[in-house]
Design a protein. Structure first.
Length: 234
């Protein structure tokens, strides 16, 4: 059973509706298909249906899929969206196009050193711990500008904006409050770095996509609604 193409179409429809409800163009919100734990066959099906950008959380799993696609001449855009340990930075620098979970200057330095100067710079997003949970990854909002200014001086990285994974809640008002805080931070970042290409606010997943779009998300990261529920036991 496979309905990835229909589910993709449905998501595009939902993005369109959420955009139009607040007067935004559908093209202002990019769809990242989160393929973690899913086989490369699912990625190829989604690609055949027009999807180009994919997100992976685990370095080794992501690199295997990227290598497979490269060997089969399937050119996709790959985003790393999981927590990254410093001993795994080289693979991310070598294989991925985007790194969305940057939270430490030391990791930024390593990625910059390890990114080939012959490749386009690695696009990076700073991950913000917007729900202020001590257990979650991301930096505190007050640490955003110092890290951003540090990244701005690294030639093989290109800072593109912010990313957040808020604490899950079904309370739509709470979702919107958190996402709007992200939007405010994003505008602060744009103002502080007027010469940088700060154009990406990555927020919104299967269960809170509408609120994220309402509050200005430019990239939603959708897994379950495209590929179905994940089985971590495999
Ligand atoms: C798994 C994951 C997603 C996708 O979540 P769904 O609820 O399945 O849409 C998005 N972003 C990150 C960082 C993830 O780890």
């Amino acid at each position: 059973m496979n309905n990835i193409p229909q589910q993709l179409q449905q998501i595009h429809q939902q993005i369109k509706q959420a955009c139009h409800a607040v007067g935004r163009e559908q093209s202002a919100v990019k769809l990242l298909a989160v393929s973690k734990t899913k086989p490369v066959e699912d990625i190829l099906i989604a690609h055949a249906a027009g999807q180009v950008a994919f997100g992976e959380n685990y370095v080794q799993e992501g690199v295997e899929k990227i290598q497979y696609c490269q060997q089969h001449d399937v050119s996709l855009e790959w985003h790393f969206i999981g927590p990254l340990q410093s001993n795994k930075t080289r693979l991310v620098a070598e294989y991925f196009d985007w790194m969305q979970t940057l939270e430490r200057a030391k990791i930024a330095d390593r990625l910059n050193e390890q990114r080939s100067p012959y490749k386009a710079p690695l696009n990076v997003l700073i991950q913000i711990n917007i729900s202020q949970e001590s257990s979650k990854s991301g930096i505190q909002p007050s640490d955003m500008l110092p890290l951003a200014k540090h990244i701005e001086n690294l030639p093989h990285l290109r800072l593109r904006g912010l990313m957040a994974i808020p604490e899950p809640t079904n309370d739509v008002a709470q979702q919107e409050q958190t996402f709007c805080q992200m939007k405010t931070l994003f505008e602060q970042l744009q103002q502080a770095l007027p010469n940088a290409q700060i154009d990406t606010l990555s927020m919104g997943m299967t269960d809170d996509m509408q609120s994220a779009i309402k509050c200005g998300s430019t990239m939603v990261r959708i897994g379950t609604a495209i590929f179905g529920t994940r089985d971590y036991a495999k």
